[in-house]
Write a protein that binds this ligand. Sequence first.
Ligand code: PHE
Length: 389
Amino acid sequence: MFSIFFRPCGFLALSLTVLLTGCIKKNAGDQTEAANRTELLFGEYGSMTGPESTFGISTHKGIIMAVEEANSTGGVKGKKIRVISYDDQGRPDEAVTTVTKLITQDRVSLILGEVASSRSIAAGAIAQQYKIPMISPSSTNPKVTEIGEYIFRVCFIDPFQGSVMAKFAMESLKYKTAAILRDVKADYSVGLANFFASDFTKRGGTVVADLSYSNGDVDFKAQLTAIKGKKPEVLFIPGYYTEVGLIAKQAKEMNYKGVLLGGDGWDSEKLTEIGGDAIVGGYFSNHYSHEDKNPVVQNFVTRYKSKFGEVPNGLAAMGYDAAIVAIDAAKRSADLSSKGLRDAIANTKNFQGVTGIITINDERNAIKPAVVLKVAGNNLYQYVTTINP
Ligand code: PHE
């Protein structure tokens, strides 16, 4: 038994992962191992397929662009960065599997991902266990970074995002009654629904109906019938684009006349493809607008368009920012060990990202403004306003 424990982590470590957890823990991201490497390895996991595939694909494009730009100017401490990317199919169990593989087999120094909070929560626990730093580009549920000191994000969190849409509904649209339709299978949706409800109520509004569905559902008529009966002026749907598009369509078919509101989970070119006319006129909060006049944003939009032939959405911008924060931290770090990288990420201050100025606070979150966008049809999202924390 002891002889196994003292063997170097190699073939045995892969076949006896459970027994040798201690061994892997000690050496993955180890200082000597990091120094001896000719390249800096980043891992990425995301939903490249499945009902949230555009999240993974857009984020991946942003990450790749950031890494290519960094490599073209010499990389980090004389090393080129290489990204190993896995598709988790939009499933928390696959997220856990891919992150375990990135750490124990590919032996990456740092992990970028996920977008959806439930998957970041599931896989973040693994990154924390092995002490490999993870930066989520855009998971907004508070629980993600509460996992531990190796888990970071470069976006705002949902208590803020919920208050942004409650404030917008009350102060800009002047509505006082709302219904909520939440996805009970997504931590993101449940959290955001709760934060919206408490802020809307605090401001003097009334939540007249609060109903739920599960990720993957396709028929929402029963919930919409109940909602319509309460005549809410707005319907808040803090879900992901596939279900949101279907809900919008069915609400229109049922002749619901209120305004549809949502959060960053709406951000996809598929939203208008699925929702068609029914989603036009809806508003959602997001991390960035490509219409922002800031030269940093316009410069990014131009480079992205020439590389991919499309306008970058918020996910691409957040993927890019997560990667440039990681690269900047690696440049500043004492060494490229996981501890060295972790400490440098934690020290990120006033860093200029595409989505705003990023300072990582003591809770390992970023405090940033949100934008509200209006769905104008056919993958067009107009900038409406910016709301500061
Ligand atoms: N914030 C969402 C979550 O935590 C994910 C998301 C971010 C979706 C940005 C779209 C755009 O699950």
